[in-house]
Design a protein around this ligand. Structure first.
Ligand SMILES: [Zn+2]
Length: 167
């Protein structure tokens, strides 16, 4: 290649194809969050707590007793002390609850979310029954559904309304 006249540099700023391509891809997404593989996006780390054989997997600080809903943390986030793995019974007391009135991902509106203080354990986010949702202070039990979300199971109603939300 002789000359080296870089005409391409004059059009260097034009990258409309890739820009518009990115836009159209974004426009088809259900929301602005990173969608994950299930929605056709890139794989993202799953930070949700896991329930295996009826036990909520987590950890507890052996120095201060702080409970975590994850087992794979390097140290206690409260005191930086050493932690050891622990299992918790998936039962707790509602700390706060809200009803979401827009669809989010595979959850159609309305649906209810609650922060639940697991008995002698961590605080976790649980999809709770929607009509009506449990009040703060109420006891709830929960499990993980097939999609990996924590969902309330019946202490007060076992009909499963609000759990289903089939996509
Ligand atoms: Zn600690």
């Amino acid at each position: 290649m002789s000359g080296g006249r870089s005409e391409s540099s004059m059009s260097g700023g034009r990258s409309e194809l890739s820009v518009s391509g990115g836009r159209s891809e974004t426009a088809t997404r259900p929301n602005k969050r990173r969608a994950g593989r299930a929605a056709g996006g890139l794989a993202v780390a799953d930070s949700r707590p896991a329930i295996v054989d009826g036990v909520l997997l987590g950890a507890r600080c052996s120095a201060c007793g702080h409970a975590l809903a994850r087992a794979d943390v390097p140290w206690c986030p409260a005191c930086h002390g050493p932690i050891e793995t622990a299992g918790f019974e998936p039962v707790g007391t509602v700390w706060a609850v809200t009803t979401v009135r827009i669809p989010v991902g595979r959850w159609s509106a309305p649906f209810a979310l609650a922060y639940v203080d697991v008995t002698d354990g961590p605080r976790v986010l649980v999809h709770v029954h929607c009509a009506p949702p449990p009040a703060p202070g109420e006891k709830v039990a929960f499990t993980a559904n097939a999609d990996g979300d924590l969902v309330q199971i019946g202490l007060e109603s076992a009909d499963g309304t609000g759990d289903g939300n089939d996509a």
